[in-house]
Write a protein that binds this ligand. Structure first.
Ligand code: NDP
Length: 445
């Protein structure tokens, strides 16, 4: 790492003690910026690097709620409004027991560059709570969401900050939060949240967008080698929104996804995942992966290890951060994996990324490969502002075009800074320069 960026990194570690995921995300971006600063030293002027690693605003709040038995619980809510150079803060809300300030900060930081890559005029933010929706009734989830939004509503708005879903936050949670926001404001501001239901301002393709985009990114990477997904064996982790629609798009493109997982274990289905059954179990019944195996002859449930123990051609990590470590990366490589496209945010540890890059395989980092979700959220905002609704084909064509542009921007930046084929450098350099140019134009703010 260059001296100038090393100093910024040390300051981040000292100022944000114990926030290891945030340190990791900052390190990965700053490490890529060496060649950028060497070529354009003005990006280190005016404390631009020091400003870009410091959130514009961090909100932390109490979320009290009452369960079905009348017991009171207190969770912690977060919204990190990281950077508004390019537009209103935009990024999801995560409800998971592991959520803390460092995790939300890492996600918010990644979001700045991801959103810049989409070229859609959206800034970076992220939020959430350490609330665990698993096993809670609809009424409990509703009371939690209403309490969470009662505070969050003071800080968001269609031109200020526009949250969406993430782990543990899907259509049900967005609905309860939108209902409470509308009640508090006495105003139907559809553009305040994305991921809404189709009957009340949602966009077709938003549900599918992140998973579809991750697979489209893999397809574009393969195309640079004259290959495609046709006939490839695909390993998917996770069984949530991103994983399900990654499986769907991979199947549409002629590949065979054979795995998925949740926190209880992973499933191997050598015949190819039965997507309708998986959707029934996960989306309709909110069940566990074991429920799939019970109804699917030939599929097996494995409760130790990870999906990365299974040999396959393409890996799509779609569960959570740091779910694929150096050992798993080496196992994947030994199993013949030649493509990794990250549906989740920062799912590969630095050791895993290093192993993939050393082996010279195609590696698409999350901030580029999973940007289809936020890109389609921006399309939802566009439809809300124009009080219009596009059909599925129109919205999907726009997503496909945006993913192709993101891929090409990464390729061009990697070439410009002397590391052709390095999508990590390409994504970081292309995203950073777009944000940095606008921060310079806006002066010291
Ligand atoms: P969901 O809540 O729909 O699904 C998450 C899946 O991952 C579940 O199967 C869950 O299993 C599993 N999972 C989560 N945490 C863990 C863990 N600690 N260990 C093992 N399994 C785990 O979330 P999404 O599909 O929306 O999000 C998945 C990833 O994609 C996240 O990294 C998110 O930040 C990223 N992402 C999502 C976008 C979106 O549009 N939704 C956009 C861009 C990125 P279980 O139910 O057992 O916890």
């Amino acid at each position: 790492m260059q001296d100038v960026v090393e100093k910024v990194y040390e300051q981040v570690v000292a100022r944000n003690r114990g926030e290891v995921e945030f340190h990791q995300a900052v390190h990965e971006v700053l490490e890529s910026l060496g060649p950028v600063i060497a070529k354009h030293p003005h990006y280190a002027d005016g404390a631009l690097l020091e400003r870009i690693v410091e959130p514009e605003r961090q909100i932390m709040f109490r979320v009290p709620w009452v369960d079905d038995a009348g017991q009171v619980h207190v969770n912690r809510g977060f919204r990190i409004e990281f950077n508004s150079a390019l537009g209103p803060y935009k990024g999801g809300l995560r409800f998971h027991p592991s959520v803390n300030a460092g995790i939300i900060k890492f996600l918010g930081f990644e979001q700045i560059f991801k959103n810049a890559l989409t070229a859609q005029g959206i800034g970076g933010g992220k939020g959430g709570s350490d609330f665990d929706p698993h096993g809670r009734s609809d009424a409990e989830v509703m009371r939690f969401c209403q309490s969470f939004m009662t505070e969050l509503a003071r800080h968001i708005g269609p031109s200020t900050d526009v949250p969406a879903g993430d782990i543990g936050v899907g259509g049900r949670e967005i609905g309860y939060m939108f209902g409470q926001y509308k009640r508090l404001r006495n105003s139907y501001d559809a553009g305040v949240l994305t991921g809404k239901g189709l009957a009340w301002g949602g966009s077709l393709v938003r549900t599918e967008a992140t998973g579809y985009g991750t697979v489209l990114f893999a397809q574009s990477m393969l195309a640079t080698k004259g290959e495609s997904l046709e006939g490839k064996k695909v390993l998917v982790s996770g069984a949530g929104n991103v994983a399900i629609y990654a499986i769907e798009k991979a199947q549409q493109l002629g590949a065979t996804p054979i795995t998925f997982s949740d926190s209880s274990g992973y499933v191997v289905d050598e015949a190819g995942v039965d997507l309708e059954l998986l959707k029934q179990v996960k989306e309709v019944e909110r069940g566990r992966v074991a429920d799939y195996v019970e109804r699917r002859p030939g599929a097996r449930l494995v409760t130790g290890g990870s999906v990365w123990d299974v040999p396959g051609d393409v890996a799509l990590p779609c569960a959570t951060q740091n779910e694929l470590d150096g050992d798993a990366a080496n196992t994947l490589l030994r199993g013949g994996c030649g493509v990794v496209s990250e549906g989740a945010n920062m799912p590969s540890t630095p050791e895993a990324v290093e192993a993939f890059q050393k082996a010279g395989i195609l590696f698409g980092p999350g901030k580029a490969a999973n940007a289809g979700g936020v890109a389609t959220s921006a399309l939802e905002m566009e439809q809300n502002a124009g009080r219009t609704r596009w059909d599925f084909a129109t919205a999907e064509a726009k997503l496909t075009g945006i993913m192709a542009d993101i891929h090409d921007s990464c390729v061009a930046a990697a070439e410009e800074y002397g590391r052709p084929g390095d999508y990590v450098l390409g994504a970081n350099a292309a995203g950073f320069t777009r944000v940095a140019d606008v921060m310079i134009a806006h002066g010291i703010v």
